[in-house]
Design a protein around this ligand. Structure first.
Ligand code: PPS
Length: 567
């Protein structure tokens, strides 16, 4: 049997041992895994991350960050760390076993904690991603989502995470290796993707398989990809729609539960190692593999072919051959795709970027047949209806008495007059009565209140409705959090109702400013509590010189300009 198809070590114990260990693990301190950690654990346990035997120790982590190597010298470019809160980390003694639970509380594994340290995240960002810039999704996750302390140590696998979706299309490395053995496939080229497959991808994969004289594994990532990507449910339906266009005897589709970091060249190297573990002999690396987009200066983080070059340098050591590809473009005169460096002279080159595709979907414009398959476009249109049929949230923020609710009410009536989508008003006072009646006005309580509003608004937006929110929402960080929650599902329009404190106090409709000045109401926004003015809201309205009706109309015009409503 070829070495690349022999079974690979997993971290699972036998079924009987797992049952016993699980019963004992219920007594252990336990950590609830994040989504990313669940993906990482899945691949640790099933051998996708071979030769790792657990979450990185401090010495391995240092080596990976600085030189892409574990302490024993093995090539490993990406930190796979168990990040936790300082409180949880401090509650542990080194050498202690902990239970690792999924989001429903099911124990998936135990881990012996051999290492605990507070990483220098600035150093990690620079070492792993080449920049400490929040515009990079991996860096943003590192600073804003990952816990402050890392735990390291060997993992004992008890059961894989349960997947309810596309079960038949998910394969562990050993399942894939067994499949290749059964089919007699010796040479297999893998194609990694986090996007729907269009004609250019199909052409690229055909050519790669031909060049490598290999069978083809379409191996899309369905764990976590770049925020804003097409969700994996839609993508898998797209892949399934394209699959019949491939020769069945030499093509296979399998889903990979990887949490990507968008780390460009280092990530490409990591992908190659993971694919080697899944039994592949060849791996396609195209333009800007695992690219994170532009940095905060508007420049690319990595060169378009840096990833190819890095993986080529290490391909022998990994044991997989890179099949490098240039960007594929459509040549109109030939009615055919070509790598960009092989385009016949003087020919007309057509291309539609990801941004342009999203614009066309958003605005309900044509997507030509030379670009994609009608079956794929149909799936994409189902998930991304044009903007005027999507849900959205208008989030008013401003001081108490600034006029948020009044404008929001006027806007609600105007939107209802237009019709087409249900409109819900989440007014500050109303929310505090129904959703947040137990909360006060400390920073902590205000944040909880705003997150609740954000959650409800995101559900409304997801379901195609219009949410109008009108809380004070004094903190920029919490407003940003809500924006992120909602932008997963539709547009978020922040409207700063910029009435000055003096004017709000002069109006003092509810008599609260007077009480606040007298010290009878504590922590009153603008008087004894902060209000962080939004720096770049979608719209700022001035209620001091403009009447309510005109303010609401300004919002309506903004929505029209964004393609969200058709007046
Ligand atoms: S927050 O900060 O966004 O959670 O506030 P919010 O939920 O919008 O609630 C604001 C309304 O509560 C009344 N109120 C106070 N506001 C600010 N600070 C203090 N301490 C306070 N105590 C009561 C006030 O009437 C706000 O209503 P609006 O509609 O904004 O005037």
């Amino acid at each position: 049997m070829s070495a690349h198809l022999a079974p690979i070590p997993e971290l699972y114990v036998s079924h009987d041992s797992a049952l016993k260990l699980k019963a004992a693990a219920a007594e252990l301190k336990s950590h609830d895994l994040t989504r990313r950690q669940t993906c990482d654990l899945d691949l640790l346990m099933n051998g996708g991350f071979h030769p790792l035997k657990g979450f990185l120790t401090e010495a391995d982590y240092d080596g990976v960050v600085d030189d892409m190597r574990l302490a024993d010298g093995t090539l490993w470019p990406m930190p796979v760390t168990l990040d936790v809160s300082p409180e949880f980390a401090e509650s542990l003694t080194l050498g202690e076993d902990i239970a690792l639970r999924d989001q429903e509380g099911v124990i998936l594994a135990t881990m012996t904690v051999t290492d605990r340290w507070t990483p220098d995240k600035h150093r990690e960002a620079l070492g792993v991603f080449g920049a400490d810039d929040m515009a990079h999704a991996g860096v943003n996750y590192l600073h804003n989502k990952a816990g402050k302390v890392y735990l390291g140590g060997p993992v004992t696998g008890l059961q894989p995470p349960v997947h309810y979706d596309f079960r038949g299309r998910r394969d562990t490395p050993n399942e894939l290796r067994a499949f290749f053995r059964k089919m007699g496939w010796q040479r297999i080229v893998g194609f990694q993707t986090r996007n729907p497959l269009h004609r250019a991808h199909q052409e690229l994969t055909f050519r790669a398989a031909r060049e490598a004289q290999a069978n083809l594994l379409i191996h899309p990532v369905v764990g976590m990809t770049r925020p804003g990507d097409v969700d994996h449910f839609t993508r898998v339906r797209c892949y399934e729609a394209v699959l019949p266009k491939y020769p069945a005897a030499t093509t296979h589709l399998s889903l990979l539960n990887l949490a990507m970091r968008m780390g460009g060249p280092r990530e490409a190297l990591w992908h190659a190692i993971i694919r080697r573990n899944h039994g592949l002999t060849h791996f396609i690396i195209g333009r800007d593999h695992a690219g994170p987009g532009k940095n905060s200066q508007g420049e690319n983080f990595y060169g378009p072919y840096d990833a190819q070059n890095l993986v080529k340098k290490h391909q022998d050591e990994i044991g997989i051959t890179v099949v490098p590809f240039r960007q594929m473009v459509y040549v109109q005169e030939k009615a055919q795709y070509f790598p960009e460096d092989e385009v016949p002279e003087g020919a007309t080159v057509l291309n539609i970027s990801g941004t342009e595709l999203r614009r066309r979907l958003r605005e309900g414009l044509e997507i030509p047949d030379w670009f994609s398959f009608p079956e794929v476009v149909e799936q994409l249109r189902k998930t991304s209806p044009e903007r005027s049929r999507q849900g959205f949230t208008v989030f008013f923020t401003g001081l108490s008495g600034s006029g948020k609710s009044t404008i929001a009410n006027a806007l609600m009536v105007k939107l209802m007059e237009l019709g087409g989508r249900p409109v819900t008003l989440l007014d500050g006072d109303v929310v505090r009565k129904h959703l947040s009646s137990e909360l006060g006005f400390s920073r902590e309580h205000r944040d909880i209140n705003i997150r609740r509003i954000g959650y409800v608004a995101s559900e409304i937006t997801k379901n195609g409705g219009i949410a109008l929110c009108a809380p004070i929402a004094p903190y920029a960080a919490t407003r940003r959090e809500v924006r992120e929650m909602i932008e997963d599902h539709g547009a978020f329009i922040e409207v700063h109702v910029a009435t000055s404190l003096e004017e709000c106090e002069r109006r003092d409709r509810k008599g609260l400013y007077k009480l606040a000045r007298e010290g009878k109401i504590k922590e009153f926004t603008g008087i004894s509590d902060p209000y962080e003015v939004p720096e770049s809201p979608e719209l700022r309205v001035d209620t001091e010189n403009v009447d309510v009706d005109s303010c609401a109309h300004q919002v309506l015009l903004k929505l029209e300009g964004m393609g969200l409503i058709r007046a």
